[in-house]
Design a protein around this ligand. Structure first.
Ligand code: ADP
Ligand code: MG
Length: 290
């Protein structure tokens, strides 16, 4: 006979667009105590638009976009796509780059016209003592926008502010999971102000910002160490380690290949309400097995 878990998970795959790569993880979902959500591309759509460009040098706003877009043309990060869209909308041509490198959870770097160029998070800039205080940038950040800095030879020459939107299903997904008694938290590489605003709007139980990929993994370990069954839900390269470490790794179908390959279950429709469905069905299945 076909075990019940196999039957249920096969049916789920067909009906709901849930790709169950690890059935044991699906079984563990019945005892889920906490869910850690990535922000960008998971709770939010990850479709950024440029809302402001601030010059910190004699470069014009268009030049800042041209340098930044040069780097971002090589990255698949949602921020990169936002910068590219911003450049295209303004008919700005990205500069050609060499030696491109991803800085996971922090930004990108490459060489343009013989200069070392980076597009990075405020956290990265602060950590290296390269801050360039600017009222307009603070304002854009306080409004809940994601700000990235353009560094040329370690000098901040400009900043780009981008806005993203919360997925409309996220509100329902969080409310339902919380009603089941599951602690819902967000873990993001983005800045504190952005995280705070998203967490408040979704009614999350807790949030952690400016977190690097290995710190996402450490947070998963920390929750597990308390004896709590924990799920990690994410879409990015930066989530891969945490997805593997969690009891239940869930990837957004529209996410990166690395995330999908690191997960136990893939939400093919990229609908976060399916996390609730997984737990509810795992509970129902488990009750029948006992
Ligand atoms: P999240 O955890 O919200 O998915 P990431 O860990 O991918 O975010 O990124 C964290 C931060 O690193 C971003 O908010 C941004 O400041 C910076 N960053 C990452 N990738 C890029 C990129 N390609 N271009 C610019 N900034 C980036
Ligand atoms: Mg993400």
């Amino acid at each position: 006979a076909v075990p019940l878990v196999v039957a249920v998970s096969t049916r789920l795959t067909a009906q709901r667009g849930l790709l169950i790569r690890d059935r044991a993880a699906f079984e563990r979902a019945h005892g889920l105590g906490a869910a850690l959500f990535d922000k960008t591309g998971t709770l939010t759509e990850g479709r950024f638009g440029v809302v402001g460009v601030v010059a910190l040098s004699d470069l014009s706003e268009r030049e800042i976009l041209a340098w930044a877009a040069g780097l971002e043309s090589q990255s698949e990060h949602p921020i990169a796509q936002g910068v590219m869209r911003g450049a295209k909308d303004r008919s700005v041509t990205p500069k050609p780059v060499r030696n491109f490198k991803n800085l996971p959870g922090q930004g990108t770097e490459a060489v343009i016209e013989g200069h070392s160029v980076r597009v990075v998070s405020p956290h990265y800039v602060r950590k290296r003592g390269l801050d360039a205080p600017n009222e307009r940038i603070d304002e854009l950040g306080d409004e809940g926008n994601t700000v990235v800095y353009l560094l040329i030879d370690d000098k901040p020459v400009g900043a780009v502010a981008l806005a993203d939107v919360i997925r409309k299903e996220s509100f329902d997904a969080i409310a339902r999971l919380k009603a089941m008694g599951i602690r819902c938290m967000m873990i993001t590489g983005d800045a504190m102000a952005v995280a705070k605003s998203v967490a408040a709007r979704l009614g999350l139980d807790d949030y952690f910002a400016e977190v690097l990929p290995h710190q996402k993994l450490e947070k998963v370990r920390e929750v597990k160490a308390r004896g709590v069954t924990v799920a990690m839900i994410g879409d990015g390269v930066n989530d891969a380690l945490a997805l593997v470490e969690s009891d239940l790794g869930i990837a957004i179908g529209a996410g990166t290949e690395v995330a999908v390959e690191s997960a136990d279950i893939v939400l093919v429709r990229s609908d976060l309400r399916d996390v609730f469905t997984i737990v509810a069905l795992s509970r129902a299945t488990y009750r029948k097995i006992l």
